[in-house]
Design a binder for this molecule. Structure first.
Ligand SMILES: N[C@@H](CCC(=O)N[C@@H](CS)C(=O)NCC(=O)O)C(=O)O
Length: 220
């Protein structure tokens, strides 16, 4: 099994974090869809990363499907996709929200690469509103679960208790999708996070102590 990805793709990062936490050996190759000689367009009609190549040569995409496959391959380990059906739906709903944040952020980045006079200001605003609204929804949900803010350490950085997660009392795919989205937003549009979304960033900090999460952070 092989994951064709780019180091900055939040969708690929979600899959890489999931695999690492499930202790699945998932070799990754930096192979953007548009790179010369890339195998991605031949494997995935949407020509996007991540694309997972199975040992029999067949391809699995998109990231949400890849995660489902990884979960089937490793039913033990942390329950990142809850077995309980309603809790699972809740987790998948958050995955949709944060993947949607990434979709909108990627579109903004693409549009901003066009000459300024060709950029559609209204359309950019609509995409940015999705980024903001998705993060805001996560922030509100997390704040309602977190109780009083604790301010710890010399930096005074907020922290969340061990049991505070987006869904339930343990880490799930919802939290991984959040970390992937937050990392991408910080990379491409850091002003969005400046002085805001403390709860989301506290959750991210809690996860960044895990090598599986820190090792997949997008390169600066
Ligand atoms: N829904 C897809 C989105 C994947 C996606 O947008 N990938 C971007 C990189 S972050 C890509 O490959 N873009 C190239 C293109 O769309 O042509 C998923 O979850 O895997």
């Amino acid at each position: 099994m092989l994951l064709l990805m780019t180091p900055t793709s939040p969708f690929a990062r979600k899959c890489r974090m999931f695999a690492a936490l499930k202790r699945i050996d998932l070799p990754c190759v930096d192979e953007a869809a548009h790179a010369s000689g890339s195998r991605v367009p031949g494997l995935n009609p949407l020509a996007q990363v991540p694309t997972l190549v199975r040992d029999d040569g067949s391809a699995v995409f998109d990231s949400r499907v890849i995660v489902q496959l990884l979960d089937l391959l490793a039913p033990s380990g942390p329950e990142l996709l809850p077995r309980d059906a309603l809790r699972r739906i809740d987790v998948l709903r958050w995955e949709s929200v944060f993947d949607g944040v990434c979709d909108a952020a990627v579109l903004v980045v693409m549009e901003q690469r066009r000459p300024v006079e060709k950029q559609d200001e209204q359309w950019l605003k609509r995409q940015m509103a999705k980024v903001e609204a998705g993060l805001e929804a996560g922030e509100l949900a997390l704040m309602s679960r977190s109780g009083p803010v604790e301010r710890l350490g010399p930096s005074g950085a907020p922290s969340l208790s061990e049991r505070t997660w987006l869904v339930g009392t343990t880490m799930t795919l919802a939290d991984l999708a959040l970390v992937a989205a937050l990392g991408y937003v910080r990379l491409r549009m850091p002003h969005v996070l400046s002085g805001r979304f403390w709860a989301l960033q506290a959750l991210e900090s809690k996860l960044m102590v895990l090598p599986a999460i820190a090792a997949t952070a997008p390169p600066a």
